[in-house]
Design a protein around this ligand. Sequence first.
Ligand code: UD1
Ligand code: CA
Length: 486
Amino acid sequence: MADNALDQTLAVVILAAGQGTRMRSSLPKVLHRIGGRPLVGHVLDTARDLGPAHVAVVVRHERDQVADAVLGVAPEVIVVDQDEIPGTGRAVEVALDAIPGFEGDVLVLSGDVPLLDADTLMDLVRTHRESAAAATMLSAVVDDPTGYGRVIRGSDGAVERVVEQKDASADEAAVREINAGVYVFQAAHLRAELAQVGTDNAQGEKYLTDVIGLLRRDALRVAASVARDVSVTLGVNDRAQLSEAGRLLNARTVRRWQLAGVTVQDPATTWIDVTATIEPDATILPNTHILRATAVAAGAVIGPDTSLVDCEVGEGATVTRSDATLAVIGAGATVGPFSYLRPGTQLGARGKIGTFVETKNATIGENSKVPHLSYVGDAEIGRGVNLGAGAITANYDDLAKHRTEIGDEVHTGSHNVFVAPVRIGDGAKTGAGAVVRKDVPAGALALSVAPQRNVEGWVEKNRSGTAAADAAARARSAEKAGDGAQ
Ligand code: UD1
Ligand code: CA
């Protein structure tokens, strides 16, 4: 966003310093992923959509890992280190120190509330500015408020304070209006009140939520905006909530593509990362994963039971019951069922990678086919080629990988081994069972299997008394009888 488009009176603070104990994980909570992105990545993305003058992210637990992840996607962000004083209030206090002199509105977001959308936040900021409140918080009325702070309102309906679950009386705990952990504050009031917040509570932490009660005590206005869609306020504290957030995000993503013209037969078993793109009139069949930077072109049919990671699928291509990573599949090509495309696979237009075929680092030209039971690795295959069933590129000699080069219009026999490095010229052919160790010139027929020799009567002589010998004897006498009848 251009500088002049920034809202100079808005700063965003994202809280990401907590350990996330309830995740029981060595990975910091905010780096757990949904929709192909870490939780904090979703929050950052939404924050940037608002065009704030500053974005500060507060870190402490595994600070380098979190800071690297944040700066990797948003280098303009100010990373702020929280000190040993724990709590969301302290986190915001250190963030404010990093933007001294800022006197506008401070939007506080949690790194573990990933589904909030920019529209909801813009509404919140607008409500805050229109009501000229010292603070405006986002709340939600939920069926099960367990784990959240409860919003306590006075007899006049105005917000009085927020009480954490661990500090709540039975009456307070029964309140179903929860604090989403998202607020807009006037910077000056926030600074002044945070200085008053102590740590005398069940968790011994400096709670940001205490600011709400303090503002009210000072007779300042606190507004609350109740979220229309409670799912956007979901906080991720444990792995059950992580999967729930992932499911909600996915449902949102699938619906977005459906409205854009993509047929998704079964949203419940279709997983699409937020980073993937799909053109109209593509069809996604059940149990399919479209992940990372995958791009699916118009009219392609993907699935069922297919996983694509960082792939490019051309117009009208089909990929059935297959797994592919970092592969390019040309327009009108077909893949599967049961293909495994590893990184560096490039299948040309109208090409085919068929049943039980593994490919890696292989370019397969236009109209070329590898239909059955094959391994093609470190290979360059021209146009109009057909590799017979059971083709194997023997690319590795225990020391290094070597390339197989196959020209245009080559047809190979079944069960061939190409011992790389080896080159097969345009239009050449190979016989069944060939082990191709030497280059084949253009237009040649390569045969490497010794001519077949039949040793007549071998079985009856060497295996007499076996069922095979008996069968052979019967066949031979029937043959003789047939000869005699003529
Ligand atoms: C917090 C709120 C609660 C609200 C809920 C919404 C407080 C005291 N409570 O509770 O009212 O209903 O969020 O999801 O604010 N963090 C820091 N530094 C810290 C502690 C936490 O940066 O010292 C960060 C965490 O990384 C996390 C966020 O703040 O991203 C919220 O912390 P968490 O411990 O999950 O708070 P909740 O118990 O969920
Ligand atoms: Ca939380």
